[in-house]
Design a protein around this ligand. Sequence first.
Ligand code: F6R
Length: 610
Amino acid sequence: MCGIVGAIAQRDVVPLLVDGLKRLEYRGYDSAGIAVVVADSVRRVRRTGRVAEMEAAALAEGLGANLGIGHTRWATHGGVTESNAHPHISDGELALVHNGIIENHEAQRERLRALGYAFESQTDTEVVAHLIHHHRKQGVSLLAALQATVKELHGAYALAVIDKRDPATLVTARMGCPLLIGLGEGENFVASDVSAIVSATRRVIFLEEGDTAELTCDGVRVFDASDAQVMREVHVSEVSLASLELGPYRHFMQKEIHEQPRAIADTVEGILDAGGFDAALFGKDADAVLADVASVQILACGTSYYAGLTARYWIEAIAGLPCAVDIASEYRYRSVVGNPKQLVVTISQSGETLDTMEALKYAKAQGQDKTLSICNVPESALPRASKLVLHTRAGAEIGVASTKAFTTQLVALFTLAVTLGKLRGRVDTAQQADFLNALRHLPGSVQHALNLEPQVALWAEKFAPRQHALFLGRGTHYPIALEGALKLKEISYIHAEGYPAGELKHGPLALVDTQMPVVVIAPNDALLEKVKSNIQEVRARGGEMFVFTDADSSFSASEGVHVIRTPRHVGILSPIVHAIPVQLLAYHTALARGTDVDKPRNLAKSVTVE
Ligand code: F6R
């Protein structure tokens, strides 16, 4: 969703801001803008649409300065218009960018109107700009005005502010939304995401909840929620520039699909380095936290939720623990019955998803403090709020549709299931060795599945003109059917539904006709015969079948039944391998339909609002 970048330097910061905003584009946005302080004035350029359009306008205006802020906006309060785009300016003096939502903006707006402020936008953000301006009028510094303002705000914010009366300072504040400071040589930066500044510096400070900070060219001062100056640790970011570049690929989604053997191998390597299924993999307190777990509660959204649904089969079968999986936005509003012996597992690529974060807070408020986060972004909000962490090593995921994050989440969750099983005495040494072996061979099997791309691309041509599709699977492959349907709908805009194959005759069979392609994930497992019967039910109604099955299953193509053979059955990890062809099917169908694959309409990469 929204992105922030800011810089103070002895060189022109406009190219830095534009480059940063381009790197934030993947998060999803509908307008962009920058503001700079130059020659005692605040100058601003905003545009709806792409950053490139805003960049062209900034070039045309000859914008250049040593101090500036930039923003990509994903509309929440107020439509997609130039006047709602950030930065917002108060009285021609100060400019501000904001991520998050100010809940008490209406009350503050009334107050500011009474003080004589006029509003140009429908945003909650403009309120903050005027509030800071109002405090400055009392004769305090920009930092003090920001510190006074944030105490009057309810809600979530990451803020960056510049003021023409103070051309050597950039101030910033954080509550509930990620924000970090980048430390350069004689220049400093602020950003909502390290990718925005990684070409300038890798040395970063992650601001804590309630922090404010003041940046000059020469230094950075950070203050906690009570305005006391504090030292925050300096981290060196591991985000690689290569993961942020497209390279020879046409889309980030395509690149990320093809990166999966490497991403899985890196995640598995982390497990092997720790000596296998050792509790220490999850953090230093893991022995104590995992010792007497009585059940598992998984919380996540979207694709990450589907990873959780797959994990339930593993956790029940391998660890012998009851496992519930909930969509975070539902869980947080249910009257859940807390259990202090329950392990609460949140799964998230970004680590920022607001609903998952709130669900975790709610779970903790019910007295459940055995918490584990499976996350792809270290130092993001979810791992920081959890006792234990397992970091998936997928690398930066830029395409809005999650691919390599999903398969690495599955690897992490499988590892959790085996570790819990081992701690409970249900997995002996020989089984551990078998499971490790299966993980070692996984990148190779995933590569085989990727080699099916030309065959899947041919199927995609048949899908492209269709309006609807059904995806079926059973057991651990049922969540893969759900994931296949989600991938197809979000990037190709074809309406698609995933169903457990056994549910077909309880409703969805009514939809099946010659126009409804039905994808079936039918590996050679214990449920294959049952899936075959379900396939007959579809064929008898004229439905065209597209079946992914193992090389060693007895399944064969016939009239109206197309078959692609995935690699030899890989046993318990088969859902990970079968995630690949459904990703490829969605990708090639979207290509054939000419959609914006990496930035599907209306969607954002990190969903930081409710
Ligand atoms: C779908 C997709 C989304 C995310 C969901 C949760 O391709 O990417 O459904 O999985 O928004 O996001 P994270 O995993 O960042 O919490």
